[in-house]
Design a protein around this ligand. Structure first.
Ligand SMILES: [Zn+2]
Ligand SMILES: [Zn+2]
Length: 339
């Protein structure tokens, strides 16, 4: 199959055999892949990953291994999205690790992560995932929307971590793909959201999605100029500088949620967090069911975030394009082919 791998900070085309399946795993024919900032960070050395990147996808089940006829029938040819953390149960590890036993599968001590940690991802014609990770996509949700399920679920994770009713307003720092999804999710859950970003065109999209916006410069001048503060601040700029502003904008006893995963360190003074007694929460992968429901109901329409679609063949070009200023979501589309 056609796939792409990370070699010396670049994306290289590679012809590989189809992934082999374990019991209870599915072979998924990728229909569409979303390019995420994490993919760009992987090129820069994030997680020292040298396999096939890509963790946002929609595909269809092409084969299922080692299950009864009923289960096989239930899954074959279904259009699916997939959770990216593969835990002990899927590998048959016994006993399961401490975190799996506590029900924290996304934190499994032995996990692999699709397209990020020791598990080839969706910049390819096919990928393999355990059935327990797959979610069937309703027919009414198009591929272009379904490919956002993974990042949308990550945005929804915030709703699992805090009682949003306790916060009437929130600031989301960043105007990129994830920040916009977070803004929409918090807004639809009843919170008044102001999105702080650098790009006029991206802020316009956010306003069209019903959010308040504020233009910032993205440098230290923002810290002097901005006097607003919020009980809830979400840092999703994807850059180390966002964190400084984010902690400044969080009220005493407020909550600061960190969503950016960049490669490298952030130089931040931490004393204000101590003095203000700020609760800092890291936030990563979230509930797929919630994301599917937001798409099915039409409450969130991420299609506005698509900048351009490339064919899988052009993955390297697409990844370069995704790093251009002003570009939001870039998609890869598989070539049409039958089973
Ligand atoms: Zn991602
Ligand atoms: Zn585990």
């Amino acid at each position: 199959m056609l796939s792409f791998v990370v070699r010396n900070g670049r994306l290289k085309r590679a012809w590989k055999p189809l992934p082999t399946l374990r019991r209870g795993w599915a072979l998924v024919r990728v229909r569409m892949t979303g390019i995420c900032n994490t993919d760009v960070e992987i090129l820069r050395g994030y997680h020292d990953f040298h396999g096939t990147p890509g963790h946002e996808f929609v595909g269809e089940v092409a084969e299922v291994e080692g299950v009864d006829t009923r289960t096989r029938k239930k899954w074959l040819e279904k259009r699916v999205a997939g959770e990216i953390n593969v835990a002990c149960s899927a590998y048959g590890y016994k006993p399961a690790c401490e975190f799996c036993r506590r029900g924290l599968k996304t934190h499994c001590a032995r996990r692999t992560v699709l397209g990020i940690v020791a598990h080839d991802g969706a910049f390819a014609e096919y990928l393999a995932l355990p059935l327990e990770n797959l979610h069937v996509i309703p027919a009414s949700v198009s591929d272009e929307r379904a490919v956002f399920i993974e990042p949308l679920a990550a945005a929804c994770e915030i709703l699992e971590q805090i009682e949003l009713r306790n916060y009437r307003t929130a600031a989301v720092l960043g105007d990129g793909k994830l920040a916009q999804l977070i803004g929409m999710v918090l807004d639809r859950a009843g919170c008044r959201v102001t999105l702080y970003g650098k790009h006029r065109s991206k802020l316009r999209l956010a306003r069209e999605a019903g959010l308040n916006t504020c233009k910032v410069k993205g440098d230290s001048s923002d810290q002097k100029r901005l006097k607003e503060s919020y009980r809830l601040v979400v840092e999703a700029t994807g850059s180390p500088t966002g964190l400084i502003l984010a902690q400044q904008m969080t009220e005493p006893r407020g909550t600061l949620i960190l969503k950016s995963t960049f490669h490298g360190t952030a130089a931040v003074e931490t004393w204000p967090i101590v003095v203000k007694e700020v609760t800092v929460l890291g936030s990563r992968c979230g509930p797929f069911r919630r994301a599917v429901e937001l798409l099915r109901s039409g409450k969130v329409d991420p299609k506005v975030l698509i900048s351009r679609t490339f064919s899988l063949r052009e993955a390297a070009k697409a990844l370069a394009y995704a790093q251009k200023r002003g570009v939001l979501k870039v998609l890869l589309k598989a070539n049409q082919r039958s089973l």
